[in-house]
Design a protein around this ligand. Sequence first.
Ligand SMILES: *[C@@H]1O[C@H](CO)[C@@H](O)[C@H](O)[C@H]1NC(C)=O
Ligand SMILES: *[C@@H]1O[C@H](CO)[C@@H](O)[C@H](O)[C@H]1NC(C)=O
Ligand SMILES: *[C@@H]1O[C@H](CO)[C@@H](O)[C@H](O)[C@H]1NC(C)=O
Length: 249
Amino acid sequence: MDLPLLAALGALLCVCCSIEEGSAYTFRTFMGAEIATTAISSSAVVQRPCECRALCRDACVAVAIRRRLPSHFHCSFTEQKIAFTNDLVASTLDSRVFYKRQGCRTNFTLVDNVGCIYVSTVALNFTAAAASCPFDSQLFTANFLIDFNAMREYLLKNADSSSMNLWIGLNRTSNIETWKWFGSGTIQAPTPVGMVPGGTIPPSPYWGKNDPNENSDCAKILLKPTIGYFYHVADAQCSLEYKFLCKQI
Ligand SMILES: *[C@@H]1O[C@H](CO)[C@@H](O)[C@H](O)[C@H]1NC(C)=O
Ligand SMILES: *[C@@H]1O[C@H](CO)[C@@H](O)[C@H](O)[C@H]1NC(C)=O
Ligand SMILES: *[C@@H]1O[C@H](CO)[C@@H](O)[C@H](O)[C@H]1NC(C)=O
């Protein structure tokens, strides 16, 4: 395929990535690295980094992305299994390599734009759930709304009816309107019903329309179509026992 055509395809595939890093989570990132010239199978010049990742399809194993001034990005693709211990990778300060996950741990499923996901078979309280995600994983967190929505869409298609409530890695801080993802990042929540209204937080695309409403510290995602919850966030008492959603780190 010629370069302009390839670049146009990248832009097309990337329409979804309105938030720049949105589709990065099916890749592992290595900063300061470039694919060695001998390993490059093709290349392209695009306008946004996510277009490089979107173009890494099928046989493509990894893509290196480098800024090309003034406002473009250069992608180098490889179909070889590069490793950071072999000579297919060169250290380059202003370049990043996105390496496709070649599969997930046992019992995890690779979900596009999300990462490797596991739905527990047992129901536990929040603390126990947080401690029970399999090795190398933690309760689900979303870095961006696009990841959160991709997760919801996957569950809507694939989760069974015993998984209407799933704990995720989000809990309340001392500020009742601020909820913290495990690791890092926060999302805002409307003031809970019955609390002094702050009135500053607009409806949130993460939360179900009636939540938070329990004055509780822990967050689950809830499937309840009758009230418009399609795995939207709801607060729940931390002592309740639910299945839980884990994501490989
Ligand atoms: C995968 O899940 C099965 C069924 O729940 C379980 O018996 C097995 O130990 C799990 N394997 C790993 C590696 O966690
Ligand atoms: C919930 O958040 C607090 C800090 O905001 C933390 O100390 C606590 O351990 C968290 N709960 C769990 C189960 O991780
Ligand atoms: C959560 O469950 C664990 C183990 O099942 C139990 O020891 C703990 O007391 C429970 N915590 C809460 C807050 O219910």
